[in-house]
Structure formats: structure tokens, C-alpha cells
Design a protein around this ligand. Sequence first.
Ligand SMILES: [Mn+2]
Length: 224
Amino acid sequence: MSWAKILDCGDAPLTFLDNTVALKQLEKAHKVVSGRKAKNPSKSQTPRIIAFGGDHTTTLPALRSAASRWGKVSVIHFDSHLDTWDPKVLGGGITQYIPKGDLRNDVRCGFDMIKARDIDRIGVDGVIKKIKERVQDTNVYISVDIDVLDPAFAPATGTAEVGGWTTRELLSILDGLEDLNVVGADVVEVAPIYDNPGETTVLAAAEVVHSLLTLMVQKPVTST
Ligand SMILES: [Mn+2]
């Protein structure tokens, strides 16, 4: 579509010395794009951003930034992990598995869940239908942790989990989300240093980004 312009905004400056400062840096960097309004709302679109991780922490400041521009946003979160663990329960561990209370906190955060194996029961169309029923016509932020794919399709990630989706399944689901008001997105947890010589993971990630971009281009959204 001719109206869309795509711009590489480069890397966000990020300290590794202090997580709190790092989160603020990322939010500030995100706002370089999401802080802008459409120059002329009748003729141009509000800038939207797709961020690349980094680990999944990068989604939190991106969401804060997106919310400051768009107000309430629905989050569609593709991941083999919940990522909603209560920090008080989790303590200092980053990948520590806490069986009790995990789901309780996920529900408290407002998430509904579609499990990886549900796709065998309800199919790609069933997954798309459930997502669309959930978010309806709200503004949507899509976060894709590449570990939602099976390690056969995305080995280059920090916490791979077997039994995930194929790349084709994920792409078909993303493409099925056309008509949603996608106001922001990210692809995270890609660790190219772990990739194989065929670069399976980065190829998958690039195609996921392409699908996300297509969703944004197909459905212009303008903020007030
Ligand atoms: Mn994950």
C-alpha cells in the first residue's frame, strides 16, 4: 500500500548496570516513535512501532509507551512461558519454575490462555477465532516471543520448550489477525548466536516481523 513508510529507528541505548534505568531508557526510546501524533489525521497515520528484543523485559516499557499514546491496549502474547510471574514469589530467579500460583497471577493480570496443543484440537482457524473474540475491536499490541515456536523451528532462543508451534502455524495465525487494530508489536528472545548455519530462527523471526508489518499496513489506525 502506498501510504505506508517504514523506517529503521536504530538501536535504543541501554545500560546493563541498572535494570530500572534500562527500563526507563527503553520507554524513552519507544516514545521517540509512539510519542508522535499524525501530522494531519485526515491525510496521514499515527506512527506505530515494531520493537525487536532483547529479552522479553523490553515489552514492559514498550507497553507503557504504547498505553501513553493509545490508552487501553489489549495484549496478544505469543510465548511458551507465562511471563506474568509475581516478582515477590519469583524472588531473584529469572527462569525459576514456580508451579503454584503461576496461573492465578496470569489471570490476575487479565490474560486468557490458548495452549500450544489446543491447535491440534481447534486448528489454526479456531485459534484465530478465539483471539478475535477476546480482543474484538480494541487497540491491540502483539508480542511474539520466538520460543512459541518449537525448537525444531527456532532453536536460537534462551529458554526453548519442546512441543511448540511450527513457523507455518504461527504465520497463518498472525496473518489471520487481519482487521485488528494493531498499534504496536515486538519480536523478542531471538539469540542469533545460538542459531544453526541455515539461520532457521532468524529467518522465522524476519517472516514474523513481515506478518506484523502487514497487519499494520492493512489496517490504518489513527489516535486522537
Ligand atoms: Mn518465553
